[in-house]
Design a binder for this molecule. Structure first.
Ligand SMILES: *Cc1c(COP(=O)(O)O)cnc(C)c1O
Ligand code: SF4
Length: 694
């Protein structure tokens, strides 16, 4: 140590820092590796000399790969089906500052012969293990005789086809590779070795000689490195390292993304940087010197990561980008399907996938998006009817995917991405490409997402809906015709988004407060409407010519505890989802008189027609104090959750009518197919009729 300190003229503070880190994470370097350092903080230094940053790491875990959970017997990790990692030593020629097993090296209890035999018995008992990776620590730190003992035992196990040794010794202590050692190793072929070089400076006459001896003993040599910030995190350094390795007969095997190990955060780089390295090599130099880039993930094991060469693919073709950025198209051989009936269609099921909300957006932001299980269930239902279906996410590449996909039809459950008329986006793109789809069209989707416009149309057609006022600003003058309590909603959101317990306001002050919050959180005007005290119903409508009203659903609120308002709010949904709630708040069919049932159905059908809905729709209605059903919300894209336990209301109503989930999907689909061809004409007729009224 003294030697190091004086050679680089370290200050007292620098020496103190090193000593401090050493107490937490041991340090070990030999004089050979030290001699490779050219100057303070160079790539060699960084790998072996403690840095105070090791103690500043607050983000990472001690054992990020949770290797312990795949350890059936001590010192053996059985993570993959046909291979096992056998940790035979906990010593290394040096302690790399970035080591994944940082918590273990240099401090673990000794590995006894007992342990070794025990692990080898496990291997013997598990016939599926055909590849044993002898690792550590560093197995070459064992005495020749012990190493030979292990190799001999492993070789005697019939199902162990190959033995691999993972070692950093040829790089960090090349004199350990002796003639005697090579003579032992070559008796246990097929034996492979994975070495560990991180930087071109490590390829010296000494390490080259060690690799030459191993190669001449007939051992195929590979290299595993880690992308390390400040050491090798550039395409130039990596390329030089890989070229030099090939010259000493070592094939680059894996290039790892750094694990999230406590004490090593200062070495970590972004995944993009790793992909850039690979992209800068691929095509520009031989494939021989390009390793696979790997993220070793907790839970998922090793996962290869490639730059985005595949731009798009479907069953027929794949669109690729070559190393010069040129776009290349490749066409698959034609697949013969059993479905030869001429009316089998190729359908895209189009959806938006639910994501976790990011910071700074309301927790119900993605409430309307779907779990993957929904489009999957729809696809299954369509395929059972003899069609061919693919899942297509309605993301920003949607247009390209549709254009390339050759679809005959779309089953649309996508909500669109941004903006006040987002539910129209998918219909608009599809009409542009002349691809027919299920559900309502551009205008209806835009109108029904806008509560104020919907109400205007309903009122025009004489359909009851609560009195309302739209607030573009919280301080707007309040319409004197309105009477409290009022319910405040974002003007252009799906059914219950932004509707919370405190959305019900009883005076001006509360109203202003709530309006202000809605405008701020949802970045759109707030709609305040009179709150109706009566019963609440949901009505599903399916089909056209004529549309069919499904059994009516009643939403009950009587069981709610004091303080939770009796309407369909976020809190109420939360309360329902609570498995301890013994009451089913959704009653279907609703217990109502014939007369009320007739009134509700008529209102719903009138609204369906007035708004131009097709194929399917879900409507919420409430009774006012005269018992008249008022339309409070229209949803042209009702949720289609397949699981009855989800209490998704449109399916619930269909189930009550005796339909299965597959029947719901295929009814909607068949209605859309029947309608197709007429749809454009019908819409034109409606528009003409409307404009002549004005
Ligand atoms: C890396 C690793 C292996 C070997 O993986 P290969 O892809 O075959 O090189 C085996 N077991 C464990 C636990 C590993 O981490
Ligand atoms: S030689 Fe390998 S196991 Fe040993 S400290 Fe270095 S990286 Fe870790």
């Amino acid at each position: 140590m003294k030697q190091l300190y004086s050679r680089f003229n370290l200050s007292n503070k620098e020496i103190k820092d090193i000593e401090r880190v050493k107490r937490r994470y041991p340090m070990k370097v030999n004089s050979y590796y030290l001699s490779l350092i050219k100057e303070k903080n160079d790539p060699i230094w960084k790998q072996c000399i403690p840095s105070i940053e090791e103690l500043n790491d607050t983000v990472n875990e001690e054992d990020p790969l949770h290797e312990e959970s795949h350890t059936p017997v001590p010192f053996l990790v059985h993570r993959y089906p046909d291979r096992a990692l056998f940790l035979v030593s906990n010593k290394c020629a040096m302690y790399c500052r970035f080591c994944t097993r940082k918590r273990k090296v240099g401090r673990q209890v000794d590995i006894t012969k007992e342990h070794l035999l025990n692990a080898m018995n496990y291997i013997k008992d598990h016939k599926e293990i055909r590849d044993v990776i002898v690792s550590g620590g560093d197995p070459l730190m064992l005495k020749d005789s012990l190493l030979e003992f292990i190799l001999k035992k492993l070789r005697a196990i019939e199902h162990v086809e190959i033995i691999r040794i993972g070692t950093r010794v040829p790089c960090s202590l090349p004199t350990r590779v002796t003639k005697h050692l090579c003579n032992i190793l070559k008796r246990y072929h097929p034996l492979y070795m994975n070495l560990h070089f991180e930087h071109p400076l490590e390829i010296t006459p000494e390490s080259s000689r060690a690799c030459k001896m191993l190669a001449e003993a007939g051992i195929p040599l590979g290299n595993q490195c880690i992308v390390l910030k400040g050491v090798n995190d550039s395409p130039e350094v990596m390329k030089e390292l890989f070229h030099r390795l090939l010259k000493i007969r070592v094939k680059p095997y894996y290039m790892y993304q750094a694990d999230q190990v406590k004490g090593t955060d200062h070495f970590r780089t972004s995944v993009q940087e790793g992909m850039d390295i690979i992209e800068n090599l691929t095509g520009f130099t031989s494939g021989l010197c390009i390793p696979q880039y790997i993220i070793d993930s907790y839970g998922g094991g090793k996962i290869p990561v490639l730059p985005d060469y595949v731009q798009y693919k479907n069953r027929e073709k794949i669109i690729l980008k070559n190393f010069e950025g040129k776009i290349i198209e490749y066409t698959n051989p034609r697949i013969k399907t059993e479905k030869t009936e001429k009316d089998a269609l190729k359908i895209a099921v189009v959806f938006n996938l639910k994501k976790f909300p990011e910071k700074d957006i309301p927790d119900d932001f993605y409430a309307e998006f779907d779990e993957i299980t929904v489009p999957q269930a729809i696809k299954q239902a369509l395929e059972k009817q003899g069609h061919y279906a693919e899942l297509v996410e309605a993301d920003e590449d949607f247009y390209e995917k549709m254009k390339a996909g050759n679809y005959d039809f779309v089953f649309n459950i996508a909500e669109g991405l941004h903006g006040e008329s987002r539910e129209s986006q998918i219909p608009a793109i599809l009409e542009m490409l002349k691809i027919p789809y299920t559900g309502s069209g551009i205008l209806t989707q835009a109108v029904t997402l806008d509560k104020k416009r919907t109400k205007e149309i309903l009122l025009y057609h004489g359909i009851a809906t609560p009195k309302y006022q739209l607030f573009a600003h919280w301080n707007q003058k309040i319409d004197s015709n309105l009477s409290f309590p009022l319910i405040v909603k974002p003007n252009a959101e799906g059914s219950s988004k932004g509707i919370k317990n405190n959305s019900l306001v009883f005076n001006e002050e509360e109203l202003k407060e709530r309006v202000r919050t809605v405008i701020k959180d949802y970045k759109q005007p707030a709609l305040a409407e009179e709150f109706l005290e009566g019963r609440e119903f949901t009505v599903g409508i399916i089909g056209n010519n004529p549309p069919r009203v499904l059994p009516i659903v009643e939403i009950t609120f009587d069981y709610l505890p004091e303080g939770i308002q009796k309407f369909d709010s976020y809190e109420v949904k939360w309360y329902w989802d609570n498995p301890n709630n013994p009451i089913d708040p959704i009653v279907c069919p609703a217990k109502i008189t014939r007369d009320l049932e007739r009134k509700i159905k008529n209102t719903a059908l009138k609204a369906y027609a007035a708004l131009g809905c097709v194929d399917l729709c879900r409507m919420d209605l409430r009774l006012d104090n005269r018992g008249t059903p008022n339309v409070i919300d229209v949803n042209a894209l009702p949720g289609l959750m397949p699981d009855p336990k989800e209490n998704s209301r449109f399916p619930k109503s269909c189930f009550t009518a005796g339909m299965s989930y597959d029947e719901i999907i295929n009814t909607v689909f068949n209605e859309a197919v029947k309608r197709n061809g007429l749809a454009t004409a019908v819409k034109k007729v409606q528009l003409n009729a409307n404009s002549s009224n004005i």
